[in-house]
Design a protein around this ligand. Sequence first.
Ligand SMILES: [Mn+2]
Length: 392
Amino acid sequence: MYKLLTHNDLDGVGCGILAKLAFEKQVQVRYNSVSSLNYEVEWFLENGDKKTFLLITDLSVNDDNKTRLHEFHLSGGKLQLIDHHKTALHFNEYDWGHVVVEDEEGKLTSATSLFYEYLIKHKLIEPSQAIAEFVELVRQYDTWEWEKNDNQEARRLNALFFLISIEEFEEKMISRLQYHDRFFFDEFEEKILDMEDDKISRYIRRKRRELIQAKINQSFAGVVYAESYHSELGNELGKENPHLDYIAILNIGGKRIGFRTIHDHIDVSEIAGQYGGGGHAKASGCQMTEDAYKKFVTETFHLTPLREDAKRNRYNVKESSFGALYEDPSGSTFLLHCLNEEKWVIHHEDKVFENTFLSFQEGERFLKRQYEAALAKDDVFVDYLKALIRKK
Ligand SMILES: [Mn+2]
């Protein structure tokens, strides 16, 4: 018999699916949160059948359990821990630990991809193209490589994972990987995934109109209140507002803040760290401490949402060398135009700003950060030009 203790996210469940494909009825799989794993391990060591082969994937145990597991191993217990988190690298000191963050080709690993390799190496699973494709989707999702590659299938696999129960997901994937040559979504799944995508776009559109800009500790943050779809929202709002250093997503009910950035010049795990939180460079979070509440809620609550750039213009368009007209919240205007190849200037109330810019984007970034200016509508642009002619 085998027992697999694994994480309850897509990567962890990917391991569960592989285990069931490999061992069928000979494996018992338990899905755990980061915190519940240690109880499961203790329970197994105290009450479990000592002849059972214990597999742990995508999670690692605390120091007490590390010692207990090693004793179990020394007394002849069969055991294997497979993980890909940097924080688990010390398990490589043990015969039963296998932790790889990056493979020989420099590709980031996931627990599912490492476990698949392990099963093939020990001749415990019959490799197939369908399984390999599934494993790669899970790996790309778990390592965020899907975003760089715009791998929508990987994104949708994770969305499906959240739309149905773990049991249902397992069952569907196992039969698909068992009986088909290639991985695919069936018609029903495609339909609910399309509906989910539509729902997310509508949610993001609504949230976009609530986004507030605030300068917090020398960085420009986009602040928005939201309970769902944090990564999609952070990503979309970030891409639409590249002048913002990061997006802060406030969940008042959960008393938490999520931070997302699309930029390399800022590390949001450091921002979260200022409030006792942590995470990754591009995605992090913290509890809503009193200090965080003051900075992100109290001090921004009176602000009006950011205006969006005019979308349907024919004349006043971005990067036009003749000039693009921007308007701040008070209706004051700025004309950003090109003097020569690498020199963009800004006209404002009969004056020209001393700052010049190497590109349109740089000039726009300045206007948006300092003045919260947005691209004006065509009719404002036409009135501006008429007034200009009258003056001459
Ligand atoms: Mn993982």
